[in-house]
Design a binder for this molecule. Structure first.
Ligand code: CMP
Length: 231
C-alpha cells in the first residue's frame, strides 16, 4: 500500500485534499524493521514521527528493576513518536516492532511546517493526544485503585470485547498477547498474572492454550468486577 493510501486511512490526515495528501506523502521516508527490533528507546533524543504502514508496534516503559509496562499497542494507520517531536524532549517510551513492520517516517521540521499550514490536522492531532491522555488516566486510575486480579479481569474483558476492531488512533483490538505481554499490560509480575489466570481457568472462565488466553465466559467475568468498575 502506498503512503498516500495510508494517509487517507489515518484519521490524523483524513481531512486533506488529494493535492495536500500527495504533497505530504513526498516528505515521508519508508523504514522497515524485523520482529523484535527496537525503533527507539526511552530517553533517546527524537525528531521523527512514524506512521505505521504494516506490522505492529508496542510502546513500553521500564521500571528501575527492569519490569516492562505496555502503554499502547498500535497497528496499521497508527502513529507514534509525536511527543519528542512536538516538545523537543526525550522519547517518553521505547518503541519495539512486535512483527515485521514497515513505517513511514516524517522529520520534525516537515511535520511542524505542515501543522502550521493545516489547522485541521493540528486539531486532529490534539484530539488523538486527548484520547491517549484519557486512556493514560484510566491506566493510572486502575493502577492505584484496583487490585491485580481485578485489573487482569478488566484487561481480559477489554480484549474480548474489542474483537479485531481498531481504535481511531490505530490502537489494536486483541492482538495475540503472550502471557508475558498480558502481565506487562496488567502491570503485575508474570508469576502472579499466571497464578490469577490459572484460578480463572480452573473455574472455566478463560482458557490458556499455547500461551494465548481466550475468554470463555465474558458475562460471568464481568459480574466479578466490583460494581464501581462496572458502572
Ligand atoms: P515519543 O515520546 O516521541 O516516543 C515514545 C512514544 O510513545 C510517544 O512519543 C508517543 O507516540 C507514545 N506514547 C507515550 N506515552 C503514551 C501513552 N501514555 N499512550 C499512548 N502512547 C504513548
Amino acid at each position: 500500500m502506498s503512503v498516500e493510501r495510508i494517509l487517507a486511512q489515518t484519521p490524523l490526515f483524513a481531512g486533506l485534499s488529494t493535492a495536500e495528501s500527495d504533497a505530504l506523502a513526498q516528505l515521508f521516508r519508508p523504514r522497515t524493521y524485523r520482529k523484535g527490533a527496537v525503533v527507539f528507546s526511552e530517553g533517546d533524543p527524537g525528531a521523527t514521527l512514524y506512521l505505521i504502514h504494516s506490522g505492529e508496534v508496542k510502546l513500553t516503559i521500564m521500571s528501575p528493576e527492569g519490569r516492562e509496562i505496555i502503554l499502547a499497542l498500535l497497528g496499521p494507520g497508527g502513529f507514534f513518536g509525536e511527543l519528542a517531536l512536538l516538545d523537543g524532549g526525550e522519547r517518553s517510551a521505547t518503541a519495539t516492532a512486535r512483527a515485521p513492520s514497515k513505517f513511514f517516517a516524517l522529520e520534525r521540521e516537515h511535520f511542524l511546517t505542515f501543522l502550521r499550514r493545516h489547522p485541521d490536522t493540528a486539531a486532529a492531532l490534539l484530539a488523538a493526544l486527548s484520547r491517549r491522555l484519557r486512556r493514560t488516566t484510566d491506566l493510572l486510575h486502575d493502577a492505584v485503585f484496583l487490585d491485580g486480579p481485578t485489573r487482569l479481569t478488566k484487561v481480559l474483558l477489554t480484549l474480548a470485547e474489542a474483537g479485531e476492531r481498531r481504535g481511531p488512533d490505530g490502537t489494536l483490538g486483541p492482538p495475540q498477547l503472550t502471557q508475558e505481554e498480558l502481565a506487562e499490560v496488567v502491570g503485575g509480575t508474570r508469576e502472579s498474572v499466571n497464578r490469577w489466570l490459572r484460578l480463572l481457568a480452573d473455574e472455566g472462565l478463560v482458557q490458556c492454550r499455547r500461551g494465548v488466553v481466550a475468554v470463555l465466559k465474558p458475562g460471568e467475568l464481568r459480574r466479578r468486577l466490583p460494581r464501581s468498575v462496572n458502572e
